[in-house]
Design a protein around this ligand. Structure first.
Ligand SMILES: Cc1ncc(COP(=O)(O)O)c(C=O)c1O
Length: 418
């Protein structure tokens, strides 16, 4: 009898990804040390080795976030899982939130907040610009939100929003201060406690040099108080000592930070089955970063980002956006008018094995985004990318001085002693 569900025998071969250098806005080529850490065997959920690994990971991420916050842990899922966990756990339907939008990921914060039933207030900047603290303070005075939610580095535009002064403003008006630092952490300064943040979420797939799939977060005591008021314990695991909070139950079970804290905390109250392999990877990302030193990592991203940006500019191309407020780890560059952007990107990928990024929304078809982050914030990937791009652009008809890009980058490296 023939098996109508038989699959094509070609599908029975293991997947073997082609070798690639990922020089887009993320994900990037994963640090081999992280891949090695992720190939370790599982241990059981309550094995002391596992709970120790969870506690160590919390401690390591306090170093990454520069915080003393006890509640610094991982949300299983990609970066938006971290965003969603924070917003659904803090916002109740009807709560006001202010979101300053300067790119795609500000829109994402609004979209998630709207799904939480929040009363979402937006202010917007043209893509390529950022907000001044005064603009944000004025909006806070008008809206009187419960939460200010703002992206630090928006990969869609490559811009870095200064956050230093916003914490004091939020404190003055009694507003909780949340930032999504997925794209910027470890490549640009981020000081959770000094800048008075109440909640921060990130991902591994940018400057932390890991794969997507884990979202480290940190919560201030103030944020934890708000969440604890909504405490709820699932029926199947609760006992007589558990008392629910008086506030409205958090609308998501998976992203209920109250229950997730109980799982990561001393009680080890079962919630989800921790994604052990991602935990190993996240732990290794933080370990590698702290071994290098956060400030050294930021400096490395600054140097390689500058070499890439100046190299591109020397190839007769124009950089996108306010260069003073650019993230160190990714640069936007206008696609020259006479050049077919997608033909160049596919030749970079198919002929050289190098991926560079396209762009979204109003910038689609106008700029490429080229990242120098995490494991790829190194001299060799930068020079390889510049050389390959010059060759591809020449074939695409772009006029440029031969070797100008790579020579400019080498000059910058020489200035930096590299
Ligand atoms: C600033 C920022 N926030 C959120 C995300 C969403 O991340 P994910 O695709 O991991 O859910 C990204 C992804 O590029 C990002 O750059």
């Amino acid at each position: 009898m023939s098996d109508s569900f038989a699959v094509d025998p070609a599908l029975l071969r293991p997947f073997s990804p082609p070798p690639r250098l990922l020089m887009g806005p993320g994900p990037i080529t994963v640090d081999p040390r992280v891949l090695r850490a992720m190939s370790a065997q599982l241990v059981g959920q309550y094995d002391p080795a596992m709970t120790q690994c969870m506690n160590d990971t919390m401690a390591l991420y306090r170093g990454v976030f520069k915080t003393k916050n006890q509640w610094t842990l991982l949300i299983d899922g990609t970066s938006r899982a971290g965003i969603e966990a924070v917003l659904i756990s803090i916002l109740e339907p009807g709560d006001k939130i202010l979101v300053p939008i300067f790119g795609r990921f500000g829109h994402l914060l609004c979209e998630i907040a709207e799904r939480c039933g929040a009363d979402v207030h937006k202010i917007e900047k043209a893509w390529g610009e950022v907000f001044t603290p005064d603009e944000i303070e004025t909006a806070i005075k008008t809206v009187k939100p419960k939460v200010l939610a703002i992206v630090q580095g928006d990969t869609s535009t490559t811009m870095l929003q200064p956050l230093e002064e916003l914490g004091a403003i939020c404190e003055r008006y009694g507003v909780l201060f949340y930032s999504d630092a997925t794209a910027s952490i470890a490549g640009n300064s981020f000081l959770t406690d000094e800048w008075k943040l109440d909640a921060v979420s990130v991902g591994l797939q940018k400057c932390l040099g890991g794969p997507s799939g884990s979202a480290p977060i940190t919560l201030s005591d103030k944020a934890v108080q708000v969440i604890r008021k909504r405490k709820h314990v699932e029926a199947g695991i609760r006992n007589a000592t558990h008392v629910d909070g008086k506030g409205r139950r958090i609308a998501s079970n998976y992203f209920d930070l109250g229950m997730i804290m109980d799982y990561w905390g001393e009680e080890r109250l079962n919630h989800h089955t921790e994604a052990t392999t991602m935990l190993y990877g996240a732990r290794e990302c933080a370990r590698i970063l702290l071994e290098e030193g956060v400030d050294n990592s930021i400096k490395r991203h600054r140097i390689h980002g500058r070499a890439m940006a100046q190299g591109l500019a020397a190839m007769n191309m124009k950089l996108f956006g306010d260069q003073f407020h650019k993230m160190h780890n990714v640069v936007g560059v206008y696609i020259p008018e006479n050049v077919a952007g997608e033909v160049v990107r596919s030749s970079m990928l198919n002929d050289f094995g190098i991926e560079i990024g396209t762009s979204f929304g109003p910038l689609h078809g106008k700029i490429w985004r080229i990242g120098t982050m995490g494991y790829n914030a190194r001299k060799d990937p930068v020079l390889e990318t510049l050389i390959a791009l010059e060759a591809v652009m020449r074939r695409a008809g772009h006029s440029q001085t031969p070797n100008a890009g790579v020579d400019t980058a080498i000059k910058i490296y020489a200035e930096e002693g590299l």
